[in-house]
Design a protein around this ligand. Structure first.
Ligand SMILES: Cc1ncc(COP(=O)(O)O)c(C=O)c1O
Length: 436
């Protein structure tokens, strides 16, 4: 609605439609006149109230890291079951020292996008190291994992193409698909029979290029797709395959290269995306693949070309973290031990650890990573459980729609190798009490 001019600085209350409340009118002053107009953001009051009513409003707390297993909120210390710092590397002395040294060498900010002057030696070194670690010809570092997914998908497909996406893929994959302007075909979570039907129904004449995108370890479920069969389908139907290893890098696979390594399909993936912000304890994202893929992305991934490069210090920190991942495999082994210990105990207590309907998708791979969902169903109930755990000094987030499908609200437990048997036992005991 247009601004209403005010005569002589007098406040005029606009005539508003019945849908708009008086509180939606604001006064705006300039030097001589006072203009009154409707608040264009007034609808947010109603929509935020709706979030409250549905127990979906998010709180932005300020936490203080105590150590890899503990966090403090409002002066109270909790066992942290909500961090993605799976290997406890975010404050590892080598990681912190590398960041400090890089900040001194390069300054803090990268100063520009990578193709202008923002690509520093720390980025180039990390890219070479990541390619070596992942066993690919090349790698490209982007400001975040989110940016890596957005940029890669939109650079690989566009109008006239089709992208097939698992229904539970991470938001960055979903947004990358939408941004690409390719036709998006969503298949039921892990339902490769449905994916095959969709692939078969799309003759080459209808799609210039095809791309399948999937998480390798679903962030709210902790489960992995049947990757070998996905590769078979991609090859049979002449499709590219992008796999997001955000939650698996450093955690899964004999060498920590992710689910693709664990399942022996690394050489069959067109683009492997991951983040530096979880097990590597830093920030930034990357894509690993063939030299021509990386060359194309460096030219065409908009989130690479048109965004300031990651800070050189975070690149250096990630490189140091990678060295620790290689030198200290016991961190990964301890994490797996913690995973088995917890899932066994929770299964005995009768908690449901998967929201997936197995009758529709067949067998699921066992959970490999560090994420254990405890399915509750109702959002309010999930919040109540999280609050009761917090009263016991255990920080476990309640995950609600739209992050997860309606009716599958859950507690999401993130494990760390820094969780001791005592800390895990505290969680199991608390969940045992709450189960009754
Ligand atoms: C599966 C998945 N992919 C990508 C990302 C994005 O990574 P980043 O936090 O580096 O933007 C996340 C992060 O939360 C994730 O869970």
């Amino acid at each position: 609605m247009a601004d209403k001019p005010i005569d002589g600085g007098r406040r005029i209350r606009a005539l508003v439609s019945t849908a708009l409340k008086p509180a939606t009118i604001v006064d705006m002053k300039d030097n001589s006149n006072v203009a009154t107009r409707l608040d264009p953001l007034a609808w947010l009051d109603d929509d935020l109230a709706q979030l409250d009513a549905n127990s979906l409003r998010r709180e932005r707390r300020v936490g203080r890291r105590v150590d890899a297993a503990h966090i403090e909120f409002d002066g109270r210390k909790y066992v942290n079951f909500a961090s993605n710092d799976y290997l406890g590397l975010a404050d590892h002395p080598r990681v912190v020292a590398a960041a400090e040294a890089a900040a001194r060498e390069h300054g803090w900010g990268a100063g520009a996008s990578p193709l202008v002057t923002g690509r520093h030696a720390a980025h180039a070194r990390l890219e070479a190291r990541l390619a070596e670690f992942m066993g690919t010809e090349a790698a490209l570092v982007l400001p975040t994992g989110f940016a890596a997914n957005l940029g890669t998908i939109a650079a690989l497909v566009g109008r006239g193409d089709i992208v097939f996406s698992d229904a539970l893929n991470h938001a960055s994959l979903i947004d990358g698909c939408r941004l690409s302007r390719a036709t998006v075909s969503v298949y039921d979570h892990n339902n490769l029979e449905e994916l095959e039907r969709q692939l078969a129904a799309t003759p080459s004449s209808m799609a210039r290029r095809r791309l399948i995108v999937t998480d390798s370890l679903f962030s709210m479920d902790g489960q992995t797709p049947r990757l070998a069969e996905l590769c078979d389908l991609a090859e049979r139907y002449d499709a590219m395959l992008l796999v997001d290893e955000a939650h698996a890098l450093g955690v899964v696979g004999p060498n920590g290269r992710g689910v693709c390594e664990a399942m022996g399909v690394e050489g069959r993936i067109s683009a492997r995306v991951a983040t530096l912000s979880k097990a590597l304890g830093s920030s930034g994202g990357f894509v690993a693949g063939s030299a021509k893929l990386i060359e194309w992305l460096a030219n065409r991934a908009r989130s690479y070309v048109f965004s300031t490069a990651a800070t050189p210090a975070s690149a250096a920190a990630a490189m140091a973290a990678l060295d620790v991942v290689i030198a200290e495999p016991q961190r990964r082994l301890q994490l797996h031990d913690n995973l088995l210990r917890l899932t066994d105990a929770l299964s005995i207590l009768g908690w449901r650890l998967s929201a997936v309907d197995r009758s529709r998708v067949g067998d699921l791979q066992p959970t490999l990573g560090a994420i254990v969902p405890v399915i509750v169903g109702d959002s309010r109930q999930a919040l109540d459980l999280a609050a009761q755990l917090a009263e016991r000094g255990l920080w476990v987030p309640a995950i609600r729609p739209p992050t997860v499908p309606v009716g599958t609200a859950r507690l999401r437990i993130s494990l760390s190798c820094a969780h001791t048997p005592d800390l895990l036992a505290r969680l199991v005991t608390a969940l045992g009490e709450l189960a009754n």
